[in-house]
Ligand binder design. Structure first.
Ligand code: 5GW
Ligand code: MN
Length: 286
């Protein structure tokens, strides 16, 4: 019913409806509220270990406390969770009260000067941890931006081999308007006519080995571009989108899983589960 209601909300013929479906063209579920039975899934994932990877360097450390506190309230409640926090100021981290069965790992990481390099550094760190440490510690990994808060339930319904979230600013956009990298010289290039959704790099995940492959591909693309003295339009998000065109996600998350209250079309999004914290872009960049 909710699915039909969403479709009815699209009154003009100008809106692309693909993202409002509950199945992608390759039959991956698109997760919306009401499409799953949590009690069944919770039992299936009785023993599943889940990692939450988050980067908080330089001024972004200010977002960490609320991020973690909100995760304790809404993220995988009742399951085994390990937080993988990467920061340049381990001493400054305010540790929230963490429930039984959950672990907080703090890791030290260098703070790159250029902000474009900070977000790309995440990919490099991911390649290392998904290879060396995480295979023994967790089954699934979820990667998130830190300038966000959990605002409603986010649970095992998001788990899958390879999972990505539809960008909340593009879920009704026509594919030709997706913000893909369109220069053939870039390793993130996506030709016109290819690509299904525009995904946001602020929330994605999967089995640890699948995220290892994804992060290796993105890191290598970033290095190739750097050798040519170019940088993809939206840094690692462009490389992520390229990877997902040719390695289709097995599950797609609706914009319920990344929302920004400043965006239009919020009436489609009944549950705003993970929302952007509004920030002064100039101030956090300096
Ligand atoms: C700082 C200025 C501009 C862009 C990125 C940063 C930055 C990002 C930083 O100084 N420190 C940091 O830890 N990050 C990490 O990269 C955070 O986890 C952040 O959520 C992620 C992506 O950067 P964002 O959140 O600024 O990207 P948008 O697309 O949400 O604006
Ligand atoms: Mn962000």
């Amino acid at each position: 019913m909710a699915h039909c209601e969403r479709k009815l909300l699209v009154k003009s013929g100008n809106h692309r409806k693909m993202a409002l479906n509950v199945l992608s063209p390759w039959l991956a579920p698109i997760v919306w509220d009401g499409t799953y039975d949590l009690s069944i899934l919770d039992k299936q994932h009785n023993n599943t270990r889940i990692g939450l990877f988050v980067f908080a360097v330089k001024k972004y450390i200010r977002f960490l406390q609320l991020f973690l506190e909100s995760a304790e309230r809404y993220f995988m409640v009742g399951h085994k969770v390990t937080y993988y926090v990467f920061t340049d100021k381990v001493d400054e981290v305010v540790k929230p009260k963490i429930a039984d069965g959950r672990i907080l790992q703090l890791h030290s990481v260098v703070a790159d000067q250029r902000w474009q390099d900070v977000s790309m550094r995440r990919m490099e760190i991911l390649t290392v941890y998904t290879k060396k440490h995480m295979p023994n510690e967790i089954d699934y990994l979820v990667c998130a931006d830190v300038d966000m808060v959990f605002n409603d339930h986010v649970g095992v319904e998001i788990l899958g081999d390879l999972v990505a979230t539809i960008h909340p600013g593009y879920f009704l956009a026509e594919p030709q308007h997706f913000n893909y990298e369109r220069r053939p010289i870039s390793a993130a290039y996506i030709p016109d006519g290819e690509g299904d959704f525009y995904y946001m790099a602020a929330f994605y995940g999967g089995k640890v080995d699948k995220i290892y492959r994804l992060s290796m591909a993105c890191k290598n693309g970033i290095i190739e571009d750097k050798k040519k003295n170019i940088e993809a339009l939206w840094q690692e998000e462009s490389h992520l989108n390229r990877y997902l065109v040719y390695n289709k996600p097995t599950k797609v998350l609706s914009p319920e899983y990344i929302w920004d209250t400043k965006l239009p079309h919020g009436e489609f999004i009944k549950k705003k589960r993970f929302i952007a914290v509004h920030k002064d872009h100039q101030e956090v960049r300096n």
